[in-house]
Design a protein around this ligand. Structure first.
Ligand code: DI6
Ligand code: FE
Length: 401
């Protein structure tokens, strides 16, 4: 069979059923044609392949390209000062009440023009790509007006044009109540004006909402979900991060892709997610940075069979993190997730959280040929080390980048 490129002399983490949870193939090959994977397996079974180009991986490991399924990567400004205030004893809630927090980033993002926003966001994206990210979700939510939200989403799209990465845009207009507005009146605007306009322009494929006492109620989140459904957009939620608002069960009832954070998730929420197949997106960077002490119920999620994805939650306030590898290490050390769960969380399960399970996140025939080639001795090295980047090469849609 003719193919474009054959990566050989590699060990594979296919994330397919087979040898352990990672679907390991020792001394394997991956072949691509027209940007898709056309063959994956042991070298011995690949003699029929006639590649135009062969790449000798010299015994390195290949995983699917990493997928970050929850980021707020596009924003302007800097909240290091707020970090310092917190070191002196202020809480996240104190800062939010004093006009800091999310609304501080909103002010800076509103003031920035598109070019400035792009230049502020590119280094963060590049840091992600340097660690093997090939697909990244990016939320709006620092504009909080139709024009400023559109601006953030256009910058997200532009990032995907400038770099070899798939950007998945999410509209998070219901992230915070804009200064000087009343929550319900703003939610009405999100539902009746913003969602229809964003959908008509094709600027987002999903709608997210921050369901929390600091932000929007369960009833308001439901209103947002209903508007999204009317306009053909998928839904997801920031749920039970600081308190239990029963947001995850609401998300499950609306067929949401994922419920994210979920530190305060209860048994009913776990059961609802398990029944609906809602992905749990766990965000150890935010847990770490805010010094949260309520752990997400990992054991119960595992027992209930809820799919678990991991993400950086890259944002200026609670998770200024652009390292998927460090997020994996935090998930292991703080949440006691296994190495296999951490790696699956940034590949197969993250793809599921983006509704792309059939196209990315595994090494299998027909999927996009997104690869990360690692200079490691075993998969555990990806999770075990801190602040060390063993990425050797990144491949996006069949092209080494
Ligand atoms: N939860 C979070 O942790 C971030 N947004 C959200 O809904 C915080 C965003 C920020 O502080 O800028
Ligand atoms: Fe978030």
């Amino acid at each position: 069979m003719h193919c474009d490129t054959l990566w050989h002399n590699a060990h594979l983490m296919t994330l397919e059923a087979g040898d352990g949870a990672l679907g390991i193939v020792r001394d394997g090959v991956v072949a691509s044609r027209d940007g898709r994977i056309v063959h994956v397996g042991p070298a011995a079974d690949a003699v029929h392949l006639a590649p135009a180009q062969r790449i000798d991986c010299q015994g390195r490991w290949i995983s699917p390209g990493l997928v970050d399924c929850h980021t707020h990567l596009v924003y302007a400004g800097n909240r290091a000062g707020e970090f310092e205030q917190r070191l002196r004893g202020a809480s996240y809630a104190d800062i939010a009440r004093a006009g800091g927090g999310i609304v501080a980033t909103v002010r800076a993002t509103r003031q920035a023009d598109e070019q400035h926003l792009l230049e502020a966001s590119l280094p963060r994206l590049d840091a992600m790509l340097a660690e093997g990210i090939t697909t990244i979700e990016i939320k709006s939510g620092y504009g909080l007006s139709l024009e400023d939200e559109r601006k953030q989403l256009r910058v997200a799209r532009r990032l995907g044009e400038l770099r070899a990465v798939e950007v998945v845009p999410t509209f998070l207009g219901a992230h915070a109540v804009p200064p000087g507005r009343e929550a319900q009146e703003y939610v009405d605007e999100v539902c009746n004006q913003m969602i229809p306009a964003i959908a008509a322009e094709g600027l987002a494929e999903a709608v997210d909402v921050f369901c929390e006492h600091l932000a929007f109620s369960r009833a308001q989140a439901e209103q947002v979900f209903q508007a999204a459904a009317r306009h053909g957009l998928a839904v997801k939620i920031h749920a039970e991060q600081l308190s239990n608002q029963q947001g995850a069960s609401l998300a499950a009832a609306h067929g949401a892709l994922s419920a994210d954070h979920i530190e305060h998730l209860d048994e009913a929420g776990i059961a609802a997610m398990a029944r609906a197949g809602t992905v749990a997106v766990l965000l150890p960077g935010a847990f770490y940075f805010t010094r949260d002490t309520t752990l997400p119920p990992i054991d119960k999620l595992r027992t209930a069979g809820v799919p678990m994805a991991l993400a950086t939650d890259s944002n200026p306030g609670t998770s200024p993190l652009t390292s998927p590898l460090l997020a994996m290490n935090m998930a292991a050390t703080l949440f006691r997730m296994t190495v296999d769960e951490c790696i699956a969380g940034f590949t197969r399960e993250a793809a599921r959280a983006l509704g792309r399970h059939e196209r990315i996140g595994r090494l299998a025939d027909g999927l996009d040929c997104n690869l990360a080639v690692w200079e490691i001795e075993a998969p555990a090295d990806l999770v075990y080390r801190m602040g060390f980047n063993p990425l050797h090469a990144r491949v996006w849609r069949g092209n080494p980048t």
